[in-house]
Design a protein around this ligand. Structure first.
Ligand code: WT7
Length: 639
């Protein structure tokens, strides 16, 4: 890992070089990867269109970088360690050699099922090694994967499949999460009633839940593998991909109702995830690295699969939940596998903290060397607990700020290399040029200032477009400020020049580290036949970070409690249980301006129980609406 930064001076030097001559800088880093043919041009870009190309002319396959090139040196080294949901079930370890064999086998299965370069494949699997195998097999033959998190509903899957016109779905009979069984295949069956493009479904055996298998459409994963074995396991060479060929689509929520398919391409994403993985966490050969995310989110794509594997790391994946069989599960796993690097989310830390220290006490966490945090700002109390109880005060904590659209870490401390400060993502990684903007579109220079966070120069891991709708990509990220990528986050820069992310400045919520658009939840609620109108805002939640607060106007004849339950059920159906409101308040009216716009600021203040700064309500159509809402909120708090 010759591009690893080891000291703060080296960081400063790398940063300077990356700004002075980005092409030279990234070209040298990209030289650490295996290219079938070298690029002719490191970077061409404009943020107007946007049109961004990294390593143009380069030919590459990311799976050769994640698998083949490690075989000589690391063939027998564990690539994936898998810890099952149920600790009494056997764990699994796949060496690099074994993982490559399985990826080649399944690549052949994909080809046998008529999947070719450029075809889209939807993956809806639990956190089992076959999920990694399926993802890499797609990448090996140049098929574009679209992984959908196992918590999404049939409707959400259908929307994503249709948007990308997927030809194939890979799923399992069911999945285990704590004490629950997720009926994955049955949910896929519901989704597919709305999907014309899907020709085949490959079904992995996991839970042995009874399922329907449709003749001509559904095939078993194991049967397909058997066929390949009977053919004598022919090798499956890696497809030659252009650096700018699409590697995957991953859907994420924004301020409109419809999730967008963020598109990442091959070469830049590979270089960026590998570089940031090695640097942020200071991975050392032999380390066991444990990221607790689900591969259904970008964190899992970049920092369970591609980043660690391209660096020859041992990546531990966990099928279950942090509280099963009890709230000590993470610490059992750390002890069992002697985990050196742990990467998790503030919401998980807060939830485990609430169970008390007894679940940590007596666990041997002495292997831990580096701790990471991702997904939302980490509050000081959680930071201190993580530092003292888990890190025993001796592990650097890296607070990694980034987004689905970014591909990898943008602003983060580097373990043991840069300073660290609770609540601060700290400093931009080399190649990342952040700036703070005011409402008038001017850059705010200097320190001890706050503004909207933008990035003014491309980095290799950034999104290239949103699937099927380039205009939307342009509008969402590149139009708010001329020639800048707008993150949607607010940010403070301290007197020392350190960055502290203060949260979203748009209508996007961050619930347990998951991004949820308020418009999306409103649309789902409004589908309920008793609902006239609704407005969603976030409010501070002790464990989730943000909770979902719904103001709902419903028809008068209703039974409030029943309607509440029905609304929750509706949201679960339309989006998934992750988007269920924590609080539903029925109201007669919503506070609207004379032009009919909902004044969310007021709703937010009421939800936060912060009435001191309600602001001017005189521009409302009917200011008395606010008093009624305040009284209603008061009642809910008392109940
Ligand atoms: C949003 C992106 C890619 C990470 C997983 C979430 C918030 C993320 C941090 C952090 C403060 C953070 C931002 C960002 N966020 N990490 N370390 N500190 N805020 O990815 O679903 O694309 O959400 O999560 O608000 O915009 P995502």
């Amino acid at each position: 890992m010759s591009f690893q930064i080891k000291t703060f001076e080296e960081y400063q030097d790398a940063y300077q070089r990356s700004v002075k001559d980005p092409e030279q800088f990234w070209g040298e880093i990209a030289d650490n990867f295996f290219w079938k043919r070298k690029w002719t041009n490191v970077l061409s870009w404009n943020f107007k269109e946007p049109d961004i190309k990294w390593f143009e002319g380069g030919k590459v396959n990311i799976t050769e970088n994640c698998l083949d090139r490690h075989i000589y040196q690391y063939g027998d080294k564990p690539a994936i360690i898998w810890e099952p949901n149920d600790p009494t079930e056997a764990h699994r370890i796949l060496s690099y050699k074994q993982l490559l064999n399985k990826v080649e086998q399944f690549s052949t299965v994909l080809k046998n099922n008529n999947i070719r370069k450029g075809d889209r494949v939807c993956i809806y699997l639990p956190m089992v090694p076959e999920l990694v195998i399926a993802v890499l097999a797609c990448a090996r033959i140049g098929a574009i994967h679209s992984v959908v998190f196992g918590g999404f509903s049939a409707q959400s899957i259908a929307d994503r499949i249709n948007d990308a016109t997927c030809k194939l779905v890979i799923t399992a009979d069911g999945g285990f999460r704590g004490t629950k069984v997720l009926e994955l295949k049955s949910i896929v069956d519901d989704a597919l009633m709305q999907c014309q493009s899907v020709e085949k479904v490959i079904v992995l055996t996991r839970s042995r839940t009874p399922i329907a298998m449709l003749k001509g459409r559904d095939v078993w994963w194991e049967d397909e593998i058997n066929k390949v074995e009977t053919q004598g396991n022919p090798p499956c060479p890696a497809e030659e991909m252009d650096a700018e060929d699409t590697l995957f689509i991953l859907y994420t929520s924004g301020s409109t109702g419809k999730p967008k398919g963020v598109v990442h391409t091959t070469g830049g994403y590979m270089v960026y995830t590998g570089y940031t993985f090695a640097n942020t966490f200071q991975y050392a050969p032999g380390d066991v690295y444990f990221c607790t995310a689900d591969i259904g989110w970008i964190t899992g794509h970049s920092y369970i699969v591609y980043g660690p594997l391209s660096q020859g790391a041992t990546s531990l994946m966990f099928e279950g939940v942090p509280t099963f069989p009890d709230a000590g599960r993470f610490w059992d796993i750390v002890e069992k596998y002697k985990v050196n690097i742990l990467y998790t989310a503030p919401t998980a830390i807060r939830s485990l903290m609430a169970f008390g220290d007894s679940f940590v006490e007596g666990k041997d966490l002495s292997s831990l060397r580096v701790l990471g945090s991702v997904g939302e700002p980490i509050n000081e109390e959680a930071w201190n607990w993580y530092n003292e109880k888990i890190g025993k005060g001796k592990c650097p904590i890296v607070d990694t700020w980034w987004q689905t659209e970014n591909g990898g870490h943008l602003i983060t401390s580097i373990a043991g290399v840069t300073p660290q400060l609770p609540g601060y993502a700290l400093l931009p990684l080399p190649g990342v040029q952040p700036c703070l903007m005011d409402e008038n579109g001017n850059e705010i220079e200097g320190n001890d200032v706050s503004g909207n966070l933008c990035i003014k120069f491309p980095w290799p891991g950034m999104l290239r477009t949103t699937w099927g709708d380039h205009e939307r990509c342009k509008q969402t990220y590149f139009s708010t400020y001329a020639d800048k990528y707008f993150t949607g986050d607010g940010c403070y820069r301290s007197p020392e020049g350190y960055y502290r992310i203060t949260g979203r400045v748009d209508d996007v919520l961050n619930v347990s580290g998951h991004r949820i658009g308020t418009a999306e939840v409103e649309n789902a609620i409004n589908m309920h036949s008793d609902v006239v109108e609704s407005a969603i805002v976030g409010y501070p939640h002790a464990v989730k970070g943000q909770g979902i607060y719904a103001y709902v106007i419903a028809h008068h004849h209703i039974d409030a409690e029943k309607t509440r339950q029905d609304i929750l059920q509706t949201v679960t159906r339309i989006i998934g249980a992750i988007a269920k409101p924590d609080i539903i308040q029925f109201v007669d009216e919503l506070p609207k301006t004379r032009s009919g716009k909902i004044m969310r600021r007021i709703l937010r203040k009421v939800a936060e129980d912060d009435l001191s700064s309600l602001g001017d309500t005189s521009t409302l159509q009917d200011p008395s609406v606010v008093d009624a809402i305040i009284q209603g909120a008061e009642k809910i708090r008392q109940a």
